[in-house]
Design a protein around this ligand. Structure first.
Ligand code: HEM
Length: 404
């Protein structure tokens, strides 16, 4: 069979249109089915619509507000506390601990021990799942890696998921029997899935993969945005001290710093889709059934027609053209638009009704917690980029707190 024709879309408007095309199907995780088979981001058409409609219930404004104001702050404080007490931290590891804890609570993975060791253990599972989801890029023995990931899924199931399922089934039974009020149920993806198993006809292995997918979709993306935003604020200390001071006191401005960071560094540099039928893109490009469409987010997010003449520069004061989000297309658009966008990055300040209470998002809230604790780069131990990462991930980012 000949290789498919690949059509790359790099302008902002064209990319937006491609995300909205109904006959373009997810293609990014084709080799990652060990983790990604039948998970939300891989479904299409009616199957996607039915699952998304249910899971959307969890990501409503009132639940996001509850997470941001009630459920997350104690998790952020508890994760941060030992590091602040020690006077120092390494941000890459801290960010993963923090976001892993937050993602576990939205996914519905109980944490019986609640210790930093347990977080790291859960994190090592999650990194295996990410390897599974991105097998397409793996250059070693794929079958061996797939078997390793499958074994990790089984171990995670026995250790974390099944006890979490048992606890929720009991709570659901108590609510059904009228001995527990509805509000006592946890607000998490697992509870939503268990409650609607019959409608969705989900077998256990799909529930397992969907929960794992939520862990990796929520944690890794947010952890990366968290470290990169802190780095941007520390850079402003030298280049724009007034802005750096404002980022420490004005959460709305810090939220704009997060949006600008996410625009410049989308979690995946491209989105990919298969054409299910012949179609035409906004700029008139003809796409035939079987073609692959690559949406170049890195380029679209730096389109000067939308983001101005210096789109590569970090500028939290940047004005975009009306209708364009400050984070560009980094949360996707159309049917697969990120379900956790408002939870992670809050509401777009330009679109928030002034009468409503604004949501800032868990990444700005977590970054603010670090800044309020006095985090600053460790002068004796400079941050190092990962030499093996083409995408500029940090290998290590040591910081100090307060006056230590
Ligand atoms: C800075 C943080 C985040 C970034 C940059 C991000 C980015 C994205 C992107 C680009 C997509 C679309 C993928 C595609 O079209 O192929 C997506 C989808 C998704 N994201 Fe996020 N995400 C973030 C945080 C979160 C969080 C916190 C959660 C969960 C709590 C989450 C859950 C999901 C889910 C479930 C989907 C699939 C939606 C669907 O297929 O209908 N994400 N995300």
């Amino acid at each position: 069979m000949s290789d498919p024709r690949v059509i790359t879309v790099s302008g902002y408007e064209q990319a937006r249109d491609a995300f909205r095309q109904k006959h373009l199907r997810q293609a990014l995780y084709d080799a990652g089915e060990v983790v990604m088979a039948d998970v939300l981001v891989n479904l299409h058409g009616d199957d996607h619509r039915a699952r998304r409609r249910l899971e959307n219930r969890l990501f409503r404004r009132d639940t996001n507000a509850r997470y941001e104001r009630e459920l997350f702050p104690p998790i952020v404080a508890a994760t941060l506390e030992p590091h602040v007490a020690a006077g120092r931290a390494e941000l890459v590891s801290l960010s993963h601990q923090m976001m892993m804890n937050l993602a576990a609570s939205t996914a519905g993975v109980d944490r019986p021990a609640g210790t930093p060791e347990e977080t790291l253990h859960l994190y090592s599972y999650m990194m295996r799942f990410i390897e599974g989801a991105t097998l397409a890029h793996y250059t070693g023995d794929r079958a061996a890696k797939r078997a390793e990931v499958a074994a990790a899924l089984e171990a995670f199931d026995a250790e974390f998921l099944r006890p979490s399922v048992r606890r929720r089934r009991q709570l659901l039974a108590d609510v059904a029997a009228g001995t527990l009020p509805e509000e006592a149920l946890p607000s998490d993806v697992l509870t939503v899935l268990l409650r609607n198993l019959d409608d969705l006809q989900l077998p256990d292995d799909v529930v397992l993969r969907e929960t794992c997918f939520y862990l990796l979709a929520g944690a890794h993306t947010s952890a990366t945005a968290f470290v990169r935003t802190l780095d941007a604020v520390f850079n402003m200390d030298l280049a724009a001290p007034e802005d750096a001071a404002r980022a420490r006191t004005d959460l709305g401005f810090l939220q704009r710093c997060v949006h600008e960071t996410v625009r410049l560094h989308p979690s995946s540099p491209v989105a990919m889709r298969w054409a299910l039928e012949d179609l035409e893109l906004a700029d008139g490009t003809a796409v035939a059934a079987g073609d692959k469409v690559v949406i170049d987010l890195m380029a679209a997010n730096r389109d000067p027609d939308v983001f101005g003449a210096d789109p590569d520069r970090f500028d939290p004061h940047r004005a975009t053209t009306p209708g364009a989000a400050p984070w560009g297309l980094s949360f996707g658009l159309g049917m697969h638009a990120c379900i956790g966008q408002d939870l992670a990055a809050g509401l777009d300040p330009a679109l928030t009704d002034s009468g409503e209470e604004h949501l800032y998002g868990l990444v700005p809230v977590a970054v603010a917690a670090l800044l309020h604790a006095g985090a600053r780069p460790d002068p004796n131990d400079p941050a190092r980029l990962d030499p093996e990462s083409a995408r500029g991930y940090w290998a290590s980012y040591p910081v100090r707190f307060g006056g230590s």
